[in-house]
Design a protein around this ligand. Structure first.
Ligand code: SF4
Length: 364
């Protein structure tokens, strides 16, 4: 049977952070129970079609759903999950995790992703987060006490009030907690968020400053033993996110829950952003046929490994021609110090990542 990554969207948050446009609502027990049953039914519709060697509970805030409901989902999905699967759950450090982690660990969760964002409490306040850096240190301890050792921490870059000094403090904080993996994303002001409405009054770094901060963070992370493997992801040896690598390697994945996307059987499809429609059993909407060369190049070039001639040739009938065409277009960017491009491989460096959208659309 085919092996996929299984993503389960948990669309609940205690309150909305002012920068966030992920789909989530405030839920009560009744809605969360109904949602848990709907997730189990949606997974069961795939019976006999896949097994998952990675499972990722994202959100929203999976810790708001509670350990009992996460366990219910994992127990019901047992036959879909391979032994030694990477099973990750995202948590908000402001939640009651003393009960949550042991229940998750007993059900097979072996990786936790914690939304730290910053170790500087004034930056957390600017981001309207509902926790402090101390809560994160406690969450890491609690996860390890319950036997979950693989810890990923999220950081946000180019936020209001941030400087190189405070970025260094946040990275050092993660290193001192012995995080295995760090994701460091640049703040993006999305439409239909409170940040979008008030951005004129905020002191947010401009593009050039944001780029300096990104390069500073990459270097600091490398100095603290976190090797970059993707535009925004850094890991200790052997601690890459197996689940997220599936997206960038264009492997198949099944997404369950409102706003969740899938790439399965060559097709891309998604559930609409409506929890009530999902609970009613509405089917996902077809998006496109996926898996062409453009998509592959766009995804793979996010990785430090970039794209290789060998893989292009093995995946696409016209892979040789496509690779060579891209290689000749990449030469000018190599001369500008933005990428590596030889006969076998094309890959961006940190400076190239900063311009990756523009360069990729030129290359493909
Ligand atoms: S950032 Fe996380 S906790 Fe905040 S609203 Fe978005 S999903 Fe919820």
């Amino acid at each position: 049977m085919k092996k996929v990554g299984l993503y389960i969207h948990i669309p609940f948050c205690v309150k909305k952070c002012d920068y966030c446009d992920f789909y989530s609502v405030v839920g009560d027990d009744m809605l969360m129970d109904a949602y848990t049953s709907a997730v189990i039914s949606a997974i069961n519709e795939y019976r006999g079609q896949f097994v998952a060697d990675t499972v990722y509970f994202g959100g929203g805030t999976p810790s708001v759903l509670g350990g009992r409901r996460i366990s219910q989902i994992l127990d019901a999905a047992k036959e879909f999950i391979t032994p030694h699967a990477e099973i990750t759950v995202e948590v908000n450090p402001g939640d009651n995790l003393a009960e949550f982690f042991p229940l998750c660990a007993d059900s097979g969760v072996n990786r936790v992703s914690i939304g730290l964002q910053s170790a500087n409490d004034n930056e957390l306040k600017n981001l309207t987060r509902r926790h402090t850096s101390l809560d994160v240190a406690d969450a890491v301890k609690l996860a390890r006490l319950s036997g979950i050792d693989n810890i990923s921490l999220d950081l946000m870059l180019a936020t209001e009030g941030q400087t190189e000094e405070t970025i260094a403090r946040s990275i050092d904080f993660c290193a001192e907690l012995h995080a295995n993996h760090i994701s460091a994303y640049m703040l993006k002001i999305e439409e239909n968020t409170p940040f979008y409405d008030k951005k004129g009054d905020m002191n947010i770094p401009d593009e050039d400053r944001a780029a300096e901060m990104y390069l500073f963070a990459c270097n600091r992370l490398e100095n603290r033993g976190y090797k970059q493997y993707e535009i925004s992801n850094f890991a200790k040896p052997g601690c890459h996110s197996r689940h997220n690598l599936k997206y960038w390697n264009m492997d198949e994945y099944v997404g369950i829950g409102p706003s969740a996307h899938s790439f399965f059987d060559g097709k891309r499809f998604f559930y609409e952003r409506d929890i009530h429609a999902f609970i009613k059993g509405n089917e996902p909407t077809f998006d496109t046929i996926g898996g062409d060369f453009e998509e592959y190049a766009m995804l793979r070039l996010r990785l430090c490994d970039g794209i290789s001639r060998a893989q292009c040739e093995s995946l696409f009938a016209d892979g040789k021609v496509r690779f060579e065409k891209m290689l000749s277009a990449a030469k000018k960017y190599e001369k500008a110090g933005l990428c590596f491009a030889d006969d076998e491989r094309i890959a961006f460096n940190k400076n190239g990542f900063l311009l990756s959208n523009m360069i990729i659309s030129d290359l493909i």
